[in-house]
Design a binder for this molecule. Structure first.
Ligand SMILES: C[S@@+](CC[C@H](N)C(=O)[O-])C[C@H]1O[C@@H](n2cnc3c(N)ncnc32)[C@H](O)[C@@H]1O
Length: 252
C-alpha cells in the first residue's frame, strides 16, 4: 500500500512535471490585485496536491484547500502550515467556519461537476463563503474548442530515472450534455524494483460557453467581471481549451 502510494505520488508529479504552477499562481495573483487588491484569505476548491495553494501561502495569503481525494490530500498535507490548511470535502457539499475574499478552482475542477444541481450547489456554497464583493476565479473547458477539435484516443508515455508511465486516454462524447468522458488506463512501473501499479480513472468533463457561465453566475448571485484564455489572457477562440472566469459576488 505504502509502495503504491509512493508510486502514485511519483506518477502524479511526473505527469504534471511541466505544468508551471508558479506562473499560474502569479497570473491568479495579478487578477486578485486587479479586482480585490486587499484580499488575504483564499478558499481553493479541488486543490489537488496543493501546488497552487503553496505558492499563494508563500506570497502571504492564508489558504484553505478543499479536496475529495485522499491520495491528493496526503501529498498536499506534507506542506501544511499556519497559512496553509486542507480539508477533506466535496466542493458541492462543504462547510467552513469563516468567510473569504477569494474563492479559486483551478485546472478545470469546475468541469468535473457535470450535473446542473452540483454546479448550482457549488456556486451557492462559494457565494455563502465569500464576503460581499468577493471573487470566484476558475478555469473550465471551453465548448467551442471541444466542438472544433473533437477529442480522440491518445497515448502518453513518460519516464524519469524512477518510474515509467503509460497512459491511454479514450474519450466518449456526450454532445447533448456537453460532457466528454475521458477513460484513462494507466500503468506505472518502478525502474528501481519490480513494483508496478495499474489502474483506471474515469474523468467525465463538462465544457461551457460564456452564456452558460453567465446564467449560472446570475442565478447564484454573481456577475462576470472577466473571461479570457487562461494564462495567455487572449480572447477565447475555438483554439482555447481553458477559459478563466472572474466572478464577483453581487448580492448577499
Ligand atoms: C485536474 S485536478 C486539479 C488539482 C489542482 N487544482 C491542480 O491544479 O493541480 C482536479 C482535482 O479536483 C478534485 N475534485 C474533482 N471533483 C471534486 C469534488 N466534487 N470535490 C472535491 N474535489 C474534487 C480531484 O480530486 C482533483 O484533485
Amino acid at each position: 500500500m505504502i509502495e503504491n502510494f509512493k508510486l502514485y505520488s511519483q506518477y502524479y508529479n511526473l505527469l504534471y512535471y511541466d505544468k508551471d504552477y508558479p506562473a499560474e499562481a502569479a497570473y491568479i495573483i495579478e487578477l486578485i490585485q486587479e479586482y480585490f487588491p486587499n484580499a488575504q484569505n483564499i478558499i481553493e476548491l479541488g486543490c489537488g496536491t496543493g501546488k497552487h495553494a503553496s505558492v499563494f501561502a508563500e506570497k502571504g495569503f492564508s489558504v484553505l484547500g478543499i479536496e475529495l481525494s485522499e491520495d491528493m490530500l496526503n501529498i498536499a498535507r506534507q506542506n501544511e502550515n499556519n497559512r496553509l490548511r486542507f480539508q477533506k470535502a466535496n466542493i458541492s457539499n462543504f462547510k467552513v467556519d469563516q468567510k473569504f475574499e477569494i474563492a479559486l478552482s483551478l485546472f478545470h475542477v469546475i468541469s468535473y461537476l457535470t450535473d446542473n444541481s452540483s454546479l448550482i450547489r457549488t456556486f451557492q456554497l462559494v457565494h455563502e463563503s465569500l464576503y460581499d464583493g468577493g471573487l470566484f476565479i476558475f478555469d473550465v473547458w471551453h465548448t467551442p474548442a471541444v466542438v472544433s477539435q473533437v477529442p480522440e484516443e491518445r497515448i502518453k508515455k513518460l519516464s524519469n530515472d524512477q518510474i515509467q508511465i503509460i497512459r491511454r486516454a479514450t474519450p466518449s462524447i456526450f454532445s447533448e450534455e456537453n460532457i466528454v468522458e475521458v477513460n484513462y488506463d494507466i500503468e506505472v512501473s518502478s525502474l528501481k524494483d519490480p513494483t508496478q501499479l495499474s489502474f483506471k480513472e474515469i474523468h467525465p468533463m463538462r465544457h461551457f460557453c460564456k452564456n452558460e457561465i453567465d446564467l449560472l453566475a446570475y442565478s447564484t448571485g454573481f456577475e462576470i467581471l472577466k473571461s479570457e484564455e487562461f494564462l495567455t489572457k487572449n480572447v477565447p477562440s475555438n483554439l482555447t481549451w481553458g477559459v478563466a472566469y472572474v466572478l464577483k459576488k453581487i448580492n448577499s
